[in-house]
Design a protein around this ligand. Structure first.
Ligand code: PPS
Length: 306
């Protein structure tokens, strides 16, 4: 009997505690090489809790830096190769899968290198801090983040099985998700921003509300001078429907072996407030109570929780 939690022939992994953070082997197997990674001063890191808008911001950055000079990238290289996932280390030769983030970064020929990570702040390799690299952190409100993560775990063989929604809901509150607690993640990076000025902290909800404004803020942070016409063009290129249609941004190149798009596509809804279609009234009350206990810093405010 095939395991219904598997996608393709890959067995679903187990979570384990790794220095106080729930992790899976795919993101710890290459630990030494990842931690010893040598950053360059102009490397740009996109850091997020999973499902917070990584791909969206990765595409924006790629277009800002290379949209004019290397437009062929956009139509020939999947976003996960243009912006490699540093800590990923998975290989399944039978399925033709071999993703080792560090090696993928080393193969990049363009400058700056754009690098994705889902690490909580304490796991980021020290070389990035030593070189004062620019870091873009994207955060998404916990309820929508949870829902998006649930659908991702249903369809992605690299992740532990999602299980029942009610169990997933509780595991999210308990921080038993790959890359640990959402609460620790968004707070950890928020605290870092207070002392590390090369960190730009942005919110998924702001991107939905006004993508162009967020692109403007990104350009200021990165010191990029981009014409209003190009910014407007990029805003159009990264709208949800366009990214969903685009094979180089919608992850369809991984559909089958790793991801099961019949269960749920990678570009699923891209909305704020979809949690209302998932949370029961009781779950919402429980969530809100728990949230108050965990989110103690009044300077970190998320929108669209109500
Ligand atoms: S991952 O796997 O952690 O890298 O996923 P990530 O890219 O962080 O998050 C995926 C969610 O972001 C939504 N998304 C977008 N929403 C609106 N507009 C654009 N352009 C866009 N691009 C990605 C994507 O649909 C996932 O959210 P959900 O709520 O599941 O749709």
């Amino acid at each position: 009997m095939p395991n219904p939690n598997n996608v393709g022939s890959l067995p679903r992994p187990q979570l384990f505690d790794f220095d106080g953070v729930a992790m899976i082997k795919a993101f710890t197997d290459n630990w030494e090489n990842v931690q010893n990674f040598q950053a360059r001063p102009d490397d740009i890191v996109v850091a997020t809790y999973p499902k917070a808008g990584t791909t969206w911001v990765s595409c924006i950055l790629d277009l800002l830096y290379f949209g004019q000079t290397a437009p062929e990238r956009q139509t020939s290289i999947p976003i996960y190769e243009r912006v490699p996932f540093l800590e990923m280390s998975i290989s399944n030769p039978d399925e033709g899968i071999n993703f080792v983030g560090v090696d993928m970064v080393h193969k990049l020929t363009t400058t700056p290198r754009l690098i994705k990570t889902h690490f909580p702040v304490q796991f980021l390799p020290k070389s990035f801090w030593e070189h004062n690299c620019k870091i873009v952190y994207v955060a998404r409100n916990a309820k929508d983040n949870m829902v998006s993560y649930y659908h991702f775990d249903r369809m992605n063989a690299v992740q532990p099985a999602a299980g029942e929604w009610s169990d997933f809901f509780q595991r999210f509150l308990d921080g038993q998700m790959v890359f640990g607690s959402w609460y620790d993640h968004v707070n950890g990076w928020w605290q870092k921003k207070k002392t590390y000025s090369n960190l730009h902290y942005m919110f998924f909800e702001d991107l939905v509300e006004n993508t162009e404004l967020e692109i403007n803020k990104l350009c200021s942070f990165l010191g990029l001078s981009v014409s209003p016409e190009i910014k407007q063009h990029i805003t159009g290129q990264v709208q949800f429907d366009n990214m969903k249609k685009n094979k180089m941004t919608n992850y369809s190149t991984l559909s089958g072996a790793v991801m099961d798009f019949k269960t749920s596509p990678f570009m699923r809804k891209g909305k704020v407030g979809d949690w209302k279609n998932h949370f029961t009234v009781a779950q919402n009350e429980k969530f809100d109570e728990d949230y108050k206990q965990k989110m103690k810093d009044p300077s970190l405010q998320f929108r669209s929780l109500l």
